[in-house]
Design a protein around this ligand. Structure first.
Ligand code: NZQ
Ligand code: ZN
Length: 385
């Protein structure tokens, strides 16, 4: 096994009425000026805004609203939020939304306390911020698991890079599955697939032999597949939804990564696709995964075979490793079709105009079992068309 350190700073309040039951006590620990950050307004339509605002007012907070955080948040939006936080002497940020709001606030929390430009500070000077505005997250869209890690995926529009910036961990995350019931089904499916992808990308790293983290990972994958199917059958199935919310958090809370170096090559490619097209993250991954995995098959046969048998329930009787590995990719591709995710970029309205630039700017990961060249990533993108 690899050596590892494990510790977790984010407290999770999971379940029905988690905000009502726990937010007042958390708010009592922080200063008066609270930034309430959210996206395009779904929280105003489904009552979450009113509920949280009343808790904030009852706690005697002076609330400064920061709204309009878009999907695939931009660095310009981070700057706007950091400026607002500074101008208002913000003591605490309450981020309410999906991965986009939650990520944007992680970076605002750091940038508001830093005189350097955070992008340059982290990417060019290789620094890591040491001061943050404390934050809490209220998850309204599950999938990314962003509430339980300190990485933020931000699009720098000028540089055409969608990349990671590192911020603070949330002090706490409120995961009330009822808050996610108004998510459009398309977002439910793309969020669930993102969570499945996080599991697979972690699984495909090293060590590549059987280990505890991967065995837990297999259970998460089975859970996501089963509960996405149940949710599609009955969108009001709160138990299936609850399982998905927690499985998505588990996929990105470090537990599955214990002792592992992760792969995440599909994510790196999708992020750059997002930088050029602003596409849905989960949908981009759905198109990329099977194609990328067919390229990885020779190097990844043993891991794919385990996934075929342990996750997808494919019988190993009389089959070679190569055959089972291929059947895993087929099962994954069939599932993508079954749940209504796109299977090509053309279905997503994406042309091949920027494929070369996307391949050329994609991070080549160290954990992937295959060392992709930029030429082969370009082939992958073309095959995704
Ligand atoms: O903006 P509003 O009006 O709130 O609408 C949002 C948005 O349009 C809507 N929504 C959220 N909760 C809702 C709801 N609509 C109705 N009812 C609710 N309860 O959902 C839409 C999508 O939200 P968004 O936050 O953009 O989606 P997601 O959670 O998929 O986040 C995507 C972002 O997270 C990044 C992605 O790259 C992308 O930028 N990721 C972050 C990761 C991390 N930090 O760990 C890991 C991931 O791999 C990913 O890269
Ligand atoms: Zn993802």
């Amino acid at each position: 096994m690899n050596t590892f350190t494990y510790s977790y700073p984010t407290k999770v309040y999971f379940g029905e009425k988690a905000a009502e039951s726990n937010l007042p006590a958390e708010l009592a620990k922080v200063g008066k000026n609270v930034m309430l950050a959210y996206g395009g307004g779904s929280i105003k339509k489904n009552g979450v805004y009113d509920e949280l605002m009343s808790i904030l007012k009852n706690a005697g907070k002076n609330v400064v609203e920061f709204s309009g955080i878009m999907s695939n948040p931009t660095y310009a939006k981070v700057r706007e939020g950091a400026r607002l936080a500074r101008e208002n002497g913000i003591d605490f940020i309450l981020a309410v939304g999906g991965g986009s709001v939650i990520d944007c606030c992680k970076v605002i929390s750091a940038q508001a306390k830093l005189s350097d430009d955070l992008w340059e500070f982290e990417n060019d000077k290789h620094g890591f911020p040491s001061e943050f505005i404390p934050m809490g997250a209220v998850v309204t869209a599950f999938g990314t698991g962003a509430e339980m890690n300190n990485g933020a995926v931000i699009t720098h529009e000028g540089k055409k890079i969608k990349g990671a910036l590192w911020g603070a961990f949330y002090r706490f995350a409120i995961l009330d599955p009822a808050y996610t019931m108004t998510m459009p089904m398309r977002q439910v499916v793309s969020g669930a697939f993102d969570a499945l992808s996080h599991c697979m990308e972690t699984y495909m790293g090293s060590p590549r032999t059987t280990n505890l983290s991967d065995e837990i990972n297999e259970a998460c994958q089975r859970n996501i597949i089963r509960n996405l199917r149940a949710t599609l059958k009955d969108p009001n199935d709160i138990n299936a939804r609850s399982e998905l919310v927690w499985a998505a958090a588990m996929a990105e809370n470090g537990m599955l990564k214990i002792g592992k170096i992760t792969d995440f090559q599909a994510h790196m490619l999708e992020h750059q696709l997002g930088a050029y097209t602003n596409c849905s993250h989960g949908e981009g991954l759905a198109v990329i995964h099977p194609v990328l995995y067919r390229h990885m098959l020779p190097e990844a046969a043993a891991q794919f075979t385990r996934l075929a048998v342990n996750v997808w329930g494919i019988s190993a009787d009389g089959k070679s490793e190569g055959q089972l590995a291929g059947e895993f990719i087929d099962a994954l591709a069939d599932f993508i079709k079954e749940v209504g995710l796109p299977t090509s970029f053309s279905e997503m309205g994406i042309s091949n105009a920027d494929f070369k630039a996307i391949a050329d700017s994609t991070v080549l990961t160290g954990g992937c079992c295959k060392k992709f060249t930029r030429e082969e990533l370009l082939e992958v993108l073309n095959e995704c068309s």
